[in-house]
Design a protein around this ligand. Structure first.
Ligand code: GCU
Length: 341
């Protein structure tokens, strides 16, 4: 269950004291970045992302925004800009870095070009299970990674569940790694995702999520890989009629804030943001599994064949890719993750 924040009344009193203490005009001007704007008695932080508004990760961000508004009695507000309206995830990350945008939600995959450690999530079959994945994200490694990007202008607030990624294709099912041979598969803008598809035998093509539907329709690529809610909410099932649950990677979503904005917020506001992020992450984990099952049933109704291939065959084919990193900093991180019981 989501814990209740301070009552509206207490939050209001606290926000009033806070604004009186720092001086509201100073405070708004003091947020020296175009990504954060002030209005009559409140501060608005823009949060852009690439998902559809039905997606469970978007729903979690709505809970985040609502909790922030409640905790601060309206003094701090989050304006969500969905559907890639402000550009691809890489472009949003750049805007956060430069202070043009206060917050973004991205997949860990494009983050690796900004914070190299995030490449670890692209390693195929690194996690033994969903539980292993959460034990890592909730433990010291996950917390350490959230703060790794501060010097790169990106501070992580929380992880959202993005389940496991699997291949979907226009007309030819992927039942074994050899079926990927010669197939042009869309990947995220991430070198590790490219390496992963190559390791499994396919031909990777990086395309932003917003452009993928058209790319599939025009057969610029004949397949892609993602979790069920994303396959569903962006209607890729209209073009791809085979979904093979090989579950090759668990790449989390991450809510990020510009350290320039964060550092200028008074401690109570930082605490409200962090609490609201944690509460929204709890909520999202509850709805993820349910929604994953629902959308898998829904795509079957729309004529998609779901396949459950032997994952061990894919893991064996991908193993040399992980071994290649032995003795490197990324190899150490892979080892530490494997050692988490
Ligand atoms: C997931 C993830 C998105 C990402 C997408 C992709 O849906 O939640 O943040 O953009 O994968 O494959 O690009």
């Amino acid at each position: 269950m989501i814990s209740k924040g301070p009552s509206y009344f207490i939050a209001g009193a606290l926000a009033g004291v806070l604004l009186a203490t720092v001086g509201f005009t100073w405070f708004v001007r003091g947020l020296n970045t175009p990504g954060a704007a002030g209005g009559a008695g409140h501060v608005v932080l823009k949060l852009a992302h690439g998902l559809d508004q039905q997606h469970p990760v978007h729903l979690a961000m709505e809970v985040f925004a609502q909790r922030v508004a409640e905790k601060s009695a309206g003094a701090l507000q989050i304006e969500i800009i969905p559907n890639g309206q402000l550009g691809s995830e890489t472009e949003c990350l750049e805007q956060v870095q430069h202070g043009a945008l206060a917050m973004t939600k991205v997949s860990a995959a494009p983050l690796e070009s900004f914070i190299p450690e995030f490449a670890v999530f692209g390693m195929p079959y690194l996690f033994r299970s969903e539980q292993h994945n959460w034990d890592v994200l909730d433990g010291p490694i996950g917390r350490e990674l959230l703060l790794k990007g501060e010097s790169a202008g990106l501070r992580g607030l929380c992880y959202y569940d993005a389940g496991a990624r699997s291949f979907y294709t226009v007309d030819k099912p992927i039942l074994k790694p050899d079926d990927l041979k010669g197939l042009k598969i869309r990947v995220q803008e991430s070198p590790t995702s490219m390496e992963m598809v190559e390791a499994l035998g396919g031909s990777p093509t990086p395309i932003s999520f917003g452009e993928l539907y058209t790319a599939l329709q025009q057969k610029m690529v004949v397949g892609a890989e993602n979790n069920p809610p994303s396959f569903y909410s962006n209607r890729h099932f209209e073009v791809c009629k085979h979904y093979s649950l090989d579950e090759h990677a668990r790449v989390p979503d991450i809510l990020m804030i510009s350290p320039r904005v964060w550092d200028q917020l008074p401690p109570p506001m930082q605490a409200w943001l962090q609490e609201a992020a944690d509460e929204s992450a709890d909520y999202q984990r509850q709805i993820w599994r349910e929604q994953t099952e629902e959308v898998l049933a829904a795509v079957v109704d729309k004529g998609v064949a779901i396949h459950r291939p032997d994952q061990a065959a894919f893991a064996a084919k991908a193993a040399p890719m992980l071994a290649k990193y032995d003795g490197t900093p990324l190899g150490d991180l892979i080892r530490r993750i494997k050692e988490v019981p």
